[in-house]
Design a binder for this molecule. Structure first.
Ligand SMILES: [Zn+2]
Length: 167
């Protein structure tokens, strides 16, 4: 790669996860996708709208060999910047992670950095013991509550926060 400022950017999540039984409750986004603003590392230009990065997208790079999950041409300096989700970095956030930041994904960035993140909807929440699965969960406002119909336990996610850490 010819990018001098390639690096990794970590997205960490923090929230309280509760369930009355001691079963694990985990959530992850599936298919794995994120929305955020990006900033060009060369000229500092920031995207004005949220960009969508998905692990299932494969975009060929035009100015160098290879492909990435997300490619962005900077309007100002005209560079081709890219971002890929590192598949082995993807972790679910579980009940035992409650109230602490945990890395849930690492992005490999070439010439850009994600600067803002929007959780949105499309998350999958799973309960450990009964195996109940909730799809399309909306975590936009950082809170979610439901009832596990198999075990009749109340399950909730509250005060969800994210932060991006540049390595
Ligand atoms: Zn630029």
């Amino acid at each position: 790669m010819e990018y001098s400022d390639s690096g990794e950017s970590t997205l960490a999540a923090l929230c309280s996860v509760t369930q009355r039984s001691k079963d694990i409750l985990g959530f992850a986004r599936f298919p794995l996708a994120f929305e955020g603003n990006v900033k060009c590392s060369t000229c500092g230009d920031e995207s004005k709208r949220f960009m969508y990065f998905s692990i299932v997208d494969e975009v060929e790079l035009k100015t160098t060999k290879g492909s990435a999950n997300f490619v962005h041409f900077c309007k100002f300096c005209k560079r081709e910047n890219f971002l890929s989700i590192i598949p082995s970095s993807v972790m679910s956030y579980n009940a035992e992670d409650s109230d602490a930041f945990k890395t849930i994904v690492v992005f490999f960035c070439g010439g850009l950095e994600p600067i803002d993140f929007e959780p949105g909807f499309g998350f999958v929440v799973e309960t450990g013991g009964s195996g109940a699965r909730f799809e399309g969960v909306d975590l936009s406002d950082g809170n979610w509550e439901n009832q596990d119909e198999l075990s009749s336990d109340a399950v909730s996610i509250s005060n969800l926060e994210f932060r991006l850490i540049k390595k």
